[in-house]
Design a protein around this ligand. Structure first.
Ligand SMILES: [Cu+2]
Length: 180
């Protein structure tokens, strides 16, 4: 996906930039005298560098935190609620809290709420599209119900794979549902 490549490039360029800035600051602070004025003073330079870094981090957090999936569709009423029970080594998807062995079909373009729990150990509930690209995910934990709200824009078959190593047969732990 192009989006992923763009993000990877942004990350790589940012990482190189940060490395270059660190090296430049380190090298210049070695040469400067301790009592030199203004930004020639390595202590002052270091202070401004970390102050700038801190401000950048605060801005980044302020921009990205509201986009966190935990707040997604929080004010909306879900069109469908799907109860997910993970256990070694399967997922069960049901419209009630009881187990169900019917095929799960969900509507596209509507808010779906998954209530994910585990019968035994920690599992990962990873939802992938038909190209096996991760779409959304949450943890399946014993003793907790994790709610995951998502809108599937694309109709098709979605796969569920366990995202946390949970035992010998972790790799066979999968399921699927249809969106139309
Ligand atoms: Cu697993």
């Amino acid at each position: 996906m192009t989006d992923h490549k763009t993000l990877l490039w942004i990350f790589l360029i940012a990482a190189v930039l940060i490395a270059v800035i660190f090296i430049a600051v380190y090298r210049s602070s070695l040469q400067a005298a301790e009592d030199s004025p203004g930004l020639e003073n390595p202590k002052r330079k270091r202070f401004f560098f970390f102050a700038l870094l801190f401000a950048l981090l605060v801005i980044l957090l302020a921009v990205t935190l509201p986009k966190s999936p935990y707040y997604m569709h929080a004010d909306e009423t879900p069109a469908e609620v799907v109860y997910v029970r993970a256990e070694q080594y399967s997922f069960n998807l049901s419209r009630t809290e009881e187990l169900s062995y019917d095929d799960m079909e969900l509507p596209a373009g509507k808010v779906i709420e998954f209530r994910v729990r585990s019968k035994d150990v920690n599992h990962g509930f990873g939802v992938y599209n038909d190209k096996y690209e991760l779409v959304t995910q949450t943890q399946a934990m014993p003793g907790y119900v994790n709610r995951l709200r998502w809108v599937f824009d694309e109709p098709g078959t979605y796969h569920i794979l366990c995202l946390e190593y949970c035992g010998m047969s972790h790799h066979i732990m999968s399921s699927s549902f249809t969106v139309n």
